[in-house]
Design a protein around this ligand. Sequence first.
Ligand SMILES: Cc1ncc(COP(=O)(O)O)c(C=O)c1O
Length: 464
Amino acid sequence: MPEVNKASMQTDTKVHHPHALTPLIDPVISAFINKFPDTLTALVEQHGSPLNVVWPHAFELNTQALLAVLKQHSVAHAIFYGAKANKSQCLLSAAATSAIGVDVSSLYELQAALRAGTPAAKICATGPAKTAAFHQALISAGALICVDSLEEFDHLKELLEAQPLPIKARVLLRYRAKSCAKSRFGMDAQDLLDSLQRLATDTASLVFEGFHFHLGGYGFESRVQAFREVSGFVEAAREMGLNPQMIDIGGGLPIRYVDPQDYTRFLQNDNIPSHYYHQKVPADYYPYGGDLTAAQWLTLFLEAEHSAGLSIAGYLNQQNITLALEPGRSLVDQAAISIFRITRTKKLADSKTVIFVEGSSFSACETWFASEYLVDPILISTEQQTSTPCQAYIAGHSCLDDDVITYRLINFACEPRRGDLLIYINTAGYQMDLLENEFHRHPLPRRLMATCCTEGKYAFTPDY
Ligand SMILES: Cc1ncc(COP(=O)(O)O)c(C=O)c1O
């Protein structure tokens, strides 16, 4: 039975919103936090800290926003949700409900996507080192396989030849764009042409469907350039008698965690060593307050010039090519919050405070990448507060010196206390569970799916 929140019977619980890097919050989640902070406290009491609460409605809204842009430009399209962004099963179910596909990078992601109800024909497998078992499962299911290299091509061929009955594998070829010539992913022009030639002579076991690339970074411009490069191979493939039908541009669509003006102000004025407990400003960050939403990014991509007088959307339509995308982070935008209960606060030198939370930075992982999550947490205080302001950084409960959730000194208008909660907003994209583990034998954090039933009513069920 799902747990349903009770009507608010607020005691002294208070919700303190930060003022510097204020998180942007989905309205449903915001209403829940502001109206029912006691429910959050009760959920953490029952399920432990940290607790990840996953909101599939946000996934569905994000999908609809991208689909609207694709439809507006009348391009044939396929969206494969990059399942690597989050381990939640209910987000895979949201992908199935939204009738989009899934990009899987392991046998286990494949099995989870099938379990969620995604038809195998809508599953696309990426990654540079697929195992025989993974390849076999993809072949048997009839999923699309992005071939990363000539070596992987050979491996797939060997497996196909060893099948007891003739069976075909559907493939895309992964292109290595000129902008990332040294990357270990994908094939350069020569290897791509070799693959095309092999495909042209082996139509018995391989069905060639098109090309794929995925680039690092978040600019649409680099994707436009790679798309132009790859479209040259569409011509080459056709001349060899092949029928490319899809160009898959991977993921990397950006999301916004904080208001762009707050973000710029922070970078210009506050991103200085003295605002970090360890006095070090990280070398780089995700663009937390970027200029573009994912939908705007996609619009700019489709409207960018492919060749003289022809936009990318125009090219896709003229050439009858389906545009595929593999958004991970941008589909899970706002789809989870992570709640940490405070174990203790401790005074340190220079009147700074450290807040220890029940949980570790493995469940909020930016500092492990020598970066920081530039979004301030919301404080839920459970006792009557005297409003003494304090500056604190936040550490995990392990004995590792590097187990720090944020080195950034956060200004709290009133001092957090033991038992209070810190809520990190928008943690679904690689943040909450990428590195989670059972260090010190702490159990893995629980994940709950939140559903909004009727106005003001929310139900919480285990999400596995
Ligand atoms: C091949 C591929 N596709 C899609 C993605 C998802 O990228 P993002 O979450 O930035 O959209 C990744 C991320 O690493 C990837 O490697």
